[in-house]
Write a protein that binds this ligand. Sequence first.
Ligand code: ADP
Length: 159
Amino acid sequence: MRIGVYPGSFDPVTFGHLDIIERASLMFDRLIVGVLVNNEKRPLFSADERVNMLRIATRHLPNVEVRGFQGLLVDFAKEVGSTVIVRGLRAVTDFEYELQMAQMNRTLDPSLDTVFLNTDLRYAYLSSSLVKEVASFDGDISSFVPDFVARQVAEKNKK
Ligand code: ADP
C-alpha cells in the first residue's frame, strides 16, 4: 500500500492546498494530511479547528485522512507507515526553504523522500498568510478558500 504524507500548517486551508491534496490523492492508496500542532508561527486557528476544516474540505476524497501531529515530521511519517512526503511548490521563493527541509528530513531518515507538486497556476500567488491579511481588512476571500472557511475566518476577525 502506497501511503503519502502531506504536512503543513493549513492556517487556514486554501484552494491551493486542496488542489495539491486532490492531485496527490490520485498518486497514493492513502494520503495522510498532517496538521502541524506545535507551530513556531502563532496560528489564527487552533490545531483542532484546522483539522476539522480540512476534514470537511476533503470529505469527497475517500482515501484522504486528516490528522494532527506534534514533533518531527520524520517521526510522524514513520508512525503512519509512509516514506513519501508531499509538498507544494509555488515559486522559486518556496524552493530554497523546501529543498533545505527535504534534505534535513532525508538526513534524519534516509528511507524518506520528498516529492514536490507544482502549484496550479490559478493558485500560484495564494498563501494562508495573505488570505488572513486580506480578511483582516474585510477583503473578500471567497475565491481563495471554501465558503465555510471564509465564514470561520470572518468569525475569528470579529473577536
Ligand atoms: P507550512 O507552514 O509547512 O509551509 P502551509 O500550510 O503554508 O505549511 O503549506 C503546506 C504546503 O502546501 C507547503 O508545501 C506549501 O508550499 C504548499 N502550498 C501552500 N499554498 C500553496 C498553493 N497556493 N499552491 C500549492 N502549494 C501550496
